[in-house]
Structure formats: C-alpha cells, structure tokens
Design a protein around this ligand. Structure first.
Ligand code: SAM
Length: 215
C-alpha cells in the first residue's frame, strides 16, 4: 500500500509545516493499526473505528497535536493519554527519545503493545490504567498529549508537566460537542493557553479503575 502523497499534500495544505512530523506520517504504516476490512481507507484523512467502540484519530489531528509539542524548545520525554490503536504513540516514538502511553481498555493496550513491538519500536513504555492520574514515576514530561476529550485538564497531568516550557495538547470540552484543541504551556507555576483547532474526540473517562473485560 502507498503512503498516499495526497494525504501528505492535504496535511501541508492544512498547515502542517514541521518536516519531521510529515516524514513520520510517511514512515509509520497506518494500515498496521487498522482492521483488515478498513485497510482501503488507511490513508484517508479521517478518524476510523477500532475495537471497543474507540477510534484511531484523523491523520491531520495526529499531525497537528504532534507538531504542537515542538513549541517546547527541546522535547524528549512525551506522555500520551489514550493509547488506542497505538498509531499516535508510533508517530511520537519516531520523533522523540522516549514515550510513555496509558490506555484504560486492556484489549487496546495489549494490541497496541503487540503492533509497536512488531514494528520494532523500543522506546515506548505502556501502562494499563487511568491516564488522568498520569505516570508520576516518569515525570516531569516535556510534552503531554491527551487523545480523548475532557472539560478541564486533570490536575495530576498539570503537575507532571515540566515547569520549564512543558507543553500539554488536549481537547477541552464535553463529549458529543465540538471540543477546543488547546495548547497549554507551563513556565514554573504560570500556565498560558491557546486554542488551535476545533475537534471531536471520544471521552476521557476518569474513573480511576481499569476495565479488563472491555471488548
Ligand atoms: N491515540 C489513539 C490512536 O492513535 O489510535 C487514539 C485514541 S482514542 C481517540 C481515545 C482513547 O483514550 C481510547 O482508546 C480510550 O479507551 C482512551 N481513554 C479514555 N479514557 C482514558 C483514561 N482515563 N485513561 C487512559 N485511556 C483512556
């Protein structure tokens, strides 16, 4: 399958300018994260369904969120909340030194781990659990990317963001409504924020428990 030069052109037309991000989108085979019946749509610029009623994000949104992390002067350690298919984690692992990713649904956690291992990514740490609690043992992070919607940034994630220009990219708003993709920047205890896009994500479920039997 080709990596769809039309997809790359579409990303450029939509304001993705970071060459490293464009190269990562070209390099990571999105079809590896998608079920066999949807392979023909792997390079469409759309979100697609994955297991457990979740979604693999639209390539444009993946690219925009990733590009936003470069607002940090030298990003190396990135935390992702919502592993899902593992595609975003693979893009991050292509660009950054070390990636931590958390998923609350066991089936997705296990499948993503398997695919990334098969694709020979060895700089990704996986956790099954509630991502709203973050990963305190590995903090602080230069960047935190939240790939599910919530009305306000979880306080644990704010605390785990580097105080020296740490960047959090997060869709803020209620599920079933358009959310504001927001970039938060932390400098010591001062947070600044800007909205960069309107998006539609599945909800971030802050239930502080895992769901091992979710299908
Ligand atoms: N980044 C993913 C990818 O590349 O395929 C797409 C993520 S999907 C839009 C959102 C994911 O967030 C779902 O897999 C969902 O189960 C997960 N999620 C929701 N609430 C969560 C939580 N509290 N902790 C961890 N993961 C959560």
């Amino acid at each position: 399958m080709s990596y769809g030069s039309s997809l790359i052109q579409e990303l450029k037309d939509n304001g993705i300018t970071h060459q490293g991000v464009l190269d990562a989108i070209k390099k990571v085979p999105r079809e590896a994260f998608i079920s066999s019946d949807l392979q023909y749509r792997a390079y469409d610029n759309t979100a697609l369904p994955i297991d457990s009623k979740q979604t693999i994000s639209q390539p444009y949104v993946v690219a925009l969120m990733t590009q936003s992390l470069f607002e940090h002067p030298h990003p190396q350690k990135i935390l992702e909340i919502g592993t899902g298919s593992g595609y975003q984690a693979a893009i991050l692992a292509t660009l950054f030194k070390e990636v931590w990713t958390i998923e609350r649904i066991e089936l997705l956690h296990l499948k993503a781990k398997k695919v990334l291992t098969e694709l020979k990514f060895n700089n990704v740490h996986f956790k099954l659990g509630d991502g709203t609690l973050g990963w305190p043992e590995a903090a602080p992070f230069d960047g935190i990317i939240v790939t599910a919607a919530i009305t306000a940034p979880p306080s644990a994630l704010m605390e785990q963001l580097s105080p020296n220009g740490g960047i959090m990219v997060i869709p803020l708003g209620a599920y079933h409504q358009v959310q504001k993709l927001t970039i938060l920047e932390r400098n010591q205890n001062v947070m600044t924020q800007k909205v960069v896009e309107l998006v539609s994500f599945v909800p971030l479920i802050a239930d502080h428990k895992i769901s091992p039997n979710a299908k």
